[in-house]
Design a protein around this ligand. Structure first.
Ligand code: SF4
Length: 242
C-alpha cells in the first residue's frame, strides 16, 4: 500500500504510470517530476521514466489491502489517456468493483474519452469519478462529467490558473480547489477561490480547500478565511448499493 500525502485521499494505486501533457495545467506536472526521480532511484515501474506503461502486476493490489480506505487511482498518470487500452481500463474497473470495501477516486483531464467509454464501464458506488479543470476554457470537462454513469462526481480545480465565472455545479458532488506548488508555481488569486467557494455553498456542494501553493506550500498553508475547509461527500451516500 502506498500512503499518500495528498490531503483529500489516503493511499495511491498506480496500475498505469506515465502520461503526456494536454493542457496548461500539465506544465509543472508533479507526476512527471516524481517519475524521473523514481527512475533515477531504479524503481522497476519507472524504468521508462514518464513514458506511459500499464502494470499488470499491480492490478490486484487493492484486493489484498484489507483495511478499508480511500484510494486515489493513478496519481502518476491519467487512466483515460488515449494509449491505455480500453480492455485495461475495464480491468481496473473490475478490481474497483470487487474491492467494494474501499473508496476509489479516479481523476482525468481526458473527459472526452471518459464520456465515450462511460456506457461500457460498470459504475459501482465506491468509484468516485472526477475531472481536473484549471481555467474557464476547460469547463467543458465538467459538462462531460455530468453525462457519465458515476454516482459520485467531483472536480479538482488545481492548479487553478484563472477565475471560473462560468462554473455551475448541477450534478456535481464535491469541489476541490488548490494552487500550484513547487518550482515555477503560477499564482492563484484569493478572489478566484472565494468565488468558487460561494458557488459551492450556494449549490450546497462540499468544498475542500487543498492549498494556496506557491514555491513553498508549507509556508502559504491551506487556511481560507482563517480556517481549513475539508468537506467531503457523505460516506454513507458513496457506499450505497456497492
Ligand atoms: S494529465 Fe495529469 S499526469 Fe498527465 S501530464 Fe497532465 S498533469 Fe501530468
Amino acid at each position: 500500500m502506498a500512503e499518500s500525502a495528498i490531503e483529500w485521499t489516503e493511499s495511491t494505486w498506480n496500475p498505469v504510470t506515465g502520461c503526456t501533457k494536454i493542457s496548461p495545467g500539465c506544465k509543472h506536472c508533479y507526476a512527471e517530476r516524481m517519475a524521473k526521480r523514481l527512475q533515477a532511484m531504479g524503481q522497476p515501474n519507472y524504468i521508462d521514466g514518464f513514458a506511459l506503461r500499464t502494470h499488470e502486476q499491480t492490478l490486484a493490489l487493492p484486493l489484498k489491502w484489507q483495511k478499508p480506505q480511500t484510494i486515489f487511482v493513478n496519481s502518476m498518470s491519467d487512466l483515460f489517456h488515449e494509449d491505455v487500452p480500453e480492455a485495461f481500463i475495464r480491468r481496473v474497473f473490475e478490481v474497483m468493483q470487487r474491492a467494494h470495501w474501499h473508496r476509489f477516486q479516479v481523476l482525468t483531464k481526458r473527459s472526452e474519452r471518459l464520456l465515450e467509454l462511460s456506457p461500457r464501464l460498470p459504475w459501482p458506488a465506491n468509484v468516485w469519478q472526477g475531472v481536473s479543470v484549471e481555467s474557464d476554457r476547460y469547463l467543458y470537462r465538467v459538462d462531460h462529467l455530468r453525462q457519465i454513469g458515476a454516482r459520485t462526481k467531483f472536480l479538482s480545480l488545481e492548479p487553478l490558473l484563472g477565475p471560473l465565472p462560468g462554473l455551475t455545479l448541477a450534478g456535481i458532488d464535491w469541489v476541490i480547489v488548490g494552487g500550484e506548488s513547487g518550482p515555477g508555481a503560477r499564482p492563484m488569486h484569493e478572489n478566484w477561490v472565494t468565488e468558487i467557494q460561494a458557488i459551492s455553498q450556494a449549490a450546497r456542494v462540499p468544498f475542500f480547500f487543498k492549498q494556496w501553493g506557491g514555491v513553498n506550500k508549507k509556508r502559504t498553508g491551506r487556511l481560507l478565511h482563517g480556517r481549513t475547509w475539508d468537506e467531503m461527500p457523505a460516506r454513507s451516500v458513496s457506499l450505497q448499493g456497492v
